[in-house]
Design a protein around this ligand. Sequence first.
Ligand SMILES: Cc1ncc(COP(=O)(O)O)c(C=O)c1O
Length: 421
Amino acid sequence: MNSSKVFHPYTDNSTFADEGLLIVEGKGYHVFDEKGRKYIDGISGLWNVNVGHGRERIAKAIHDQLKRLEFFPVFGFRNKPSEELADLLIEISPLSEGVVFYSHSGTEANETAIKLARLYHQLKGNQGKNRTLSLSRGWHGCSLGSLGLTEMEGEKKGFGPFPEGYYMETRGLYNGGANLDDLLCKISPKDIRTIAALFIEPVVGAGGFYPISKEHMISLKRFCEENGILFVADEVATGFGRTGTMFGIEFSEIVPDMITIAKGVTSGYQPLSGTLIAKHIFEPFSAGVIFNHGYTTQGHPVCCAAAIENIKIIQEEHILENSKEMGRYLMQRLCGLHGNPMVKDIRGRGLMIGIELTNQVSELGHQVSLEARRRGLIIRNLDNLIPLMPPLTIDKEGIDQLADILFNSIGHMQRDGGEEI
Ligand SMILES: Cc1ncc(COP(=O)(O)O)c(C=O)c1O
């Protein structure tokens, strides 16, 4: 048992003492443990340190804001960084006009979107529209509402009941798979009328790294418009350059009704998330309806100051272009794994790439993760999927080192665990 008093989430706390790295420092796309060992950060912290570790500019922006005003709420008051950031977010987002409702995590941003969608329909007189539509393997967070948006049984076990919702088979939407009508045919027209909002990630992340095709995105948007369903793009993982554009939805040219953001908006330098709301959805609230929902420290000035500086870095250092180029290069390097008996599929977009391993060796994903760590690359498997999401500032040399370590780690498992194949 780990002697630390920290209760680690989504973790086997009984074995963690042996496996948990104590990270003490970071610089660029590297981090260092307490013994001074250097690692490539293959997962950007938890998919969020988009601009890399150890940024003086962001530290200074945080420090300056802390000295000026450490906190004042957005409940009934205003603060400058929250307004400046909201302007910037709407300006860079696919929404041409809109507002931002702040929170702290992706979970809260999606919870806000669920409640807002329900309330919006009630205000519009669309009675009974209170359910959600999402992907079976979509992942939108861990509160009861946002967790209800996934169909992954293992994640929900023991926590029900959840708000009611409908699910579409994820793999059917991957790279132009099934016809949308076939995916939706299990939901009766009567039930479709009860759906308030669709939640979708442009690239399904925790559920398996499935990029959704442009055709499916367009068909889904049309379906939503025809049935009075709000389209919510969950950009918690894909936003801020991860897939090679500022927002992951841009490849489809769709304008959603709401966009949820977190992770890369501050690159993890402070906790901050938001629900970006198109002007037409905000209309009843701009006309006087009160949204009885909020968090004490939402729109925190220090977190907003960090986000503003982070977005400036993304824009000034051409990080979107680098993400696209390095994503392409990493994919090219990973071609060497095609045909490997331990590798089932490699898929992704930009610097959001997942390697699906076969399950012929027990806990192969976990074993490969541990082996990679021993060799100086931090990755964290999701069952038999190896997510590769390094900071978007990574260069060719870093990609080569990452790919070499990964190849050697898989090769090691083939030699040492090979007899199980
Ligand atoms: C697409 C997506 N939505 C929502 C969440 C939940 O975000 P958070 O962990 O900040 O609550 C995640 C977390 O990984 C995510 O990938």
